[in-house]
Design a protein around this ligand. Structure first.
Ligand SMILES: NC(=O)c1ccc[n+]([C@@H]2O[C@H](COP(=O)([O-])OP(=O)(O)OC[C@H]3O[C@@H](n4cnc5c(N)ncnc54)[C@H](O)[C@@H]3O)[C@@H](O)[C@H]2O)c1
Length: 255
């Protein structure tokens, strides 16, 4: 049990990648806190895993500060914090509203910053801690109809590097994982809306398949653990080759 008795907080862990992380950390002996905006999924995830549920909208900086206070009061410390909460507004840039823009930036960039700031203070006082930000291949390479999502994830990657630089000598590591396409409700919603097809995704991925939740989980676990004790400011791609590959269709048609 790699995380025996460690306090691990995961935002947006009511479903998808966050839930898979909560399940695995619980299995590794951690005291898991699910910080989630959706009361129903958050509570039932916590019940299933024997975890704590903390209702939280990461866009609300004061609520984040209060949540961190509650966690430290109840658990005494924070060993691992994972910024996972996410939303994805899709549409060409000229068609998106300021509200669409604010939604993605608010959850995945500002929200991650509010959490990092509050949890970081606790970890710095402890002289120990590990933060992992769930970024995306969309923070490294552009995708049409994803302006706010790509901008939020690119910002999150740079935030990761700044925090790693500021906190490195004080025992707190900050890293990011950049998943490619993993079939969760978030991805399925985009397919259902007809914005992208499953076959288009698969043809873009050199490994020819979607990532498994467990493959993202393994990368996060490594970065969160002492096995990565000299790793900070890293962006670990778990993308089946997505960012290595630049599709050049007219040429590749021949192969
Ligand atoms: N699925 C993929 O292919 C993929 C690829 C790359 C990156 N990611 C990233 O992984 C993370 C998880 O994605 P997922 O596919 O599991 O999505 P998901 O939609 O299944 O889960 C996201 C969770 O975040 C919660 N959430 C949303 N807004 C919140 C807020 N304001 N405060 C607290 N919680 C909030 C939701 O209620 C939900 O439980 C996201 O950051 C996403 O951008 C996913």
């Amino acid at each position: 049990m790699k995380f025996q008795d460690q306090v691990v907080v995961i935002t947006g862990a009511g479903r998808g990648i966050g839930y898979a992380l909560a399940e695995r950390f619980a299995h590794e002996g951690a005291r898991v806190v699910i910080a989630e905006i959706n009361l129903q999924t958050g509570q039932s995830a916590a019940d299933r895993l024997g975890a704590r549920f903390l209702p939280l909208d990461v866009r609300d900086a004061r609520a984040v500060d209060a949540a961190v206070e509650t966690i430290t009061a109840q658990c005494g410390r924070i060993d691992v914090w994972i910024n996972n909460a996410g939303v994805a507004h899709k549409g060409l840039a000229v068609d998106l509203t300021p509200e669409d823009w604010d939604a993605d930036i608010g959850v995945m960039l500002s929200g991650a910053f509010y959490c990092a700031r509050a949890a970081g203070k606790v970890m710095l006082a402890q002289g120990r801690g590990s933060m992992v930000n769930i970024a995306s291949v969309n923070g490294l390479s552009a995708q049409k109809a994803r302006a706010p999502y790509c901008a939020a994830k690119a910002g999150l990657i740079m935030l990761t590097k700044v925090l790693a630089s500021e906190w490195g000598e004080r025992g707190v590591r900050v890293n990011a994982v950049a998943p490619g396409v993993v079939m969760t409700d978030l991805v399925q919603e985009g397919i259902d809306q007809g914005l992208v097809s499953e076959s288009a995704y698969l043809s873009r991925i050199p490994m020819g398949r979607f990532g498994a939740l467990s493959e993202v989980v393994e990368a996060v676990l490594f970065l969160a653990s002492d096995e990565a004790s000299f790793v900070t400011g890293e962006v670990l791609r778990v993308d089946g080759g997505w960012t290595a590959y630049h599709l050049f269709y007219p040429f590749e048609k021949a192969f």
